[in-house]
Design a protein around this ligand. Sequence first.
Ligand code: PEP
Ligand code: MN
Length: 357
Amino acid sequence: MEKLSNSIDRSWIDQWSLPFIISGPCSAESEQQILETANRLNSSYIKVFRAGIWKPRTKPNNFEGIGKKGLEWLHKVKKSTGLMVATEIANAEHVKLAIDFGIDILWIGARSTASPFTIQEIADALEGENNKIILVKNPIHPDLELWTGALERLLGKGIRKLGVIHRGFYTYKNSKYRNQPNWNLVLNFRSLFPRIPIICDPSHICGNKEGILDIAKKAYHFQYEGLMIESHCDPDHAWSDPKQQITPENLLEMLKKLTCIEKYDQKSKRYLDSFRILIDELDENIISLLAERMNISKKLGALKKSSDIAILQPNRWKNIMNKSMNFGKNLGISEELLEGIFKLLHQESIKIQNQIR
Ligand code: PEP
Ligand code: MN
């Protein structure tokens, strides 16, 4: 793995001052929309203009992308603005067309990264295209092996100009995010591929406009090399992802704020803050799990009431305590801490069930 990681070519990103910003609409809709968005974005902050041409939609009967003619519009953007252009590819045919139209950066979407057959098909189609920049989004679920496996397949075909995009992970449970970020997993990714440039996609993490700046700041604390943020000349009327797209002007405002932070922040503070972000993320998870546990206690209380079963079941309680203490001890957690937490949890559960009585 180390040898593979060392062969990654970072020249495509290292030649720019960071952060490396990719922006543009979720989907290409019309020539006018593409050209207007690109012209309004065109500034020293933006390096790459993005637009989805083929859209992988979770459900059928949605807009699935404008297809090949969108590539002509991207080509026009490249010629008229000098920006690099990027689109998502999901099969060998997409790869061929994107290369024919001179698309500079091809990205692999989260649903594709989750499918080894798709990745292999794309890697085969890219063989010999050593100058293309390929970005691999994280798979929809937090599987580090699938993600690194995709990179290995591309490296195996001689592709060296690589990067990855953290766009968050699907969670079944209620979350304030559309796709839950997992900074810790990305840190693990970086320890396996230390040379890989990492780009964060706050738009698909948040699923709304409001959270984007906060996620972009967090990405900065983890020393990400770049950001991919969706923007649209008329976000409210976008054909896909209208809630999370912002206007080019809003984006540029946001980027100004970010570069100010970067100028004045000290490295040690940045490190400290990144640990705090990891702790906050875990605390949020603990609280969500506690809420879930209390919900089940309520249901249990109702069942015990209707079946006329006593609330306090000493054997069951002893069992929970023993199992939890053993499990925690194996993970290196102090007995005192576990005992304290579980006593409190038990008391709360009894209280909830009593209220139902
Ligand atoms: C996109 O970038 O428009 C997209 C579809 O992203 P993801 O693969 O992260 O869902
Ligand atoms: Mn999108």
